[in-house]
Design a protein around this ligand. Structure first.
Ligand SMILES: C[S@@+](CC[C@H](N)C(=O)[O-])C[C@H]1O[C@@H](n2cnc3c(N)ncnc32)[C@H](O)[C@@H]1O
Length: 223
């Protein structure tokens, strides 16, 4: 059996009981090192752990797919929730297994951000640039989100489309420079937050950062 499970944004308080149950019962636990660390204390001493890297992931996933087909209980751990910025890894797991696998949701960094910044999902769109391949269609989509007067919760792409690049891109494309922006790092752990206007965003942030661009006219007050 193989299960893909979201294990939250970092702090143990945000791992679901179901994720703990699955991880504690696993014969094999697979994931990126940072994510495996989140659940390490719940693994049995004899659970085999397989650390994924961007380079080895295809080979490792083929190996663990074999273990799954041999009847071992394999759990693939995902950062936050699988269903936000996790599908490229999910697709690789399913390709290796040759069939669809079960996905168990977790608490996403985007939910923690919404809570810290007090925005409601109804008026917010979610977009990730943390993906392989062409991000141009997603950039266009971000412009339309803001032009539709919705908040945007954004996962940047490490190295080449970080918050300051996103801000420059939006300003070059005519987005109002007075949008309020927040960038949060290390949510649920050693958190830090930058807040200001889109035009003032030119700082560097770590890979573990997530961004909110508020709509210009909040709708929640229009009762
Ligand atoms: C591949 S995406 C996975 C997102 C994850 N599925 C989720 O729901 O949070 C990884 C990116 O999510 C963001 N992220 C995840 N956890 C975070 C945290 N605790 N604080 C800030 N950003 C976080 C960062 O931008 C990180 O590079």
């Amino acid at each position: 059996m193989i299960t893909c499970v979201g294990v939250g944004p970092g702090d143990k308080k945000h791992i679901t009981n179901y994720a703990i149950e699955l991880v504690s019962d696993a014969d094999v636990a697979v994931g990126f090192e940072y994510v495996l660390k989140i659940v390490q204390t719940y693994l049995k001493p004899n659970t085999k752990t397989c650390i994924l890297t961007y380079k080895n992931q295809v080979t490792i996933l083929e190996e663990i797919a074999k273990l799954h087909h041999q009847g071992l209980k394999v759990v693939v751990v995902f950062m936050g929730d699988i269903h936000f910025s996790g599908f490229q890894l999910l697709e690789r797991v399913e390709l290796a297994c040759g069939h669809n696998v079960e996905t168990i949701p977790g608490i996403s960094s985007s939910q923690i951000l919404a809570s810290r910044t007090r925005v409601c999902f109804d008026e917010t769109s979610f977009i990730t640039f943390h993906r392989r391949g062409n991000i141009e269609p997603f950039k266009k989509h971000l412009i339309s989100i803001l032009n539709d007067n919705r908040n945007a919760i954004i996962i940047p792409r490490p190295f080449d489309f970080m918050p300051k690049d996103i801000a420059s891109f939006l300003l070059e494309n005519g987005i109002n420079s007075t949008h309020k922006v927040e960038v949060w790092e290390n949510l649920t752990q050693a958190e830090s937050c930058w807040s200001g206007l889109l035009k003032d965003l030119n700082q560097d942030f770590s890979d573990l950062s997530i961004m909110l661009i508020r709509c210009l006219v909040p709708l929640t007050s229009q009762l």
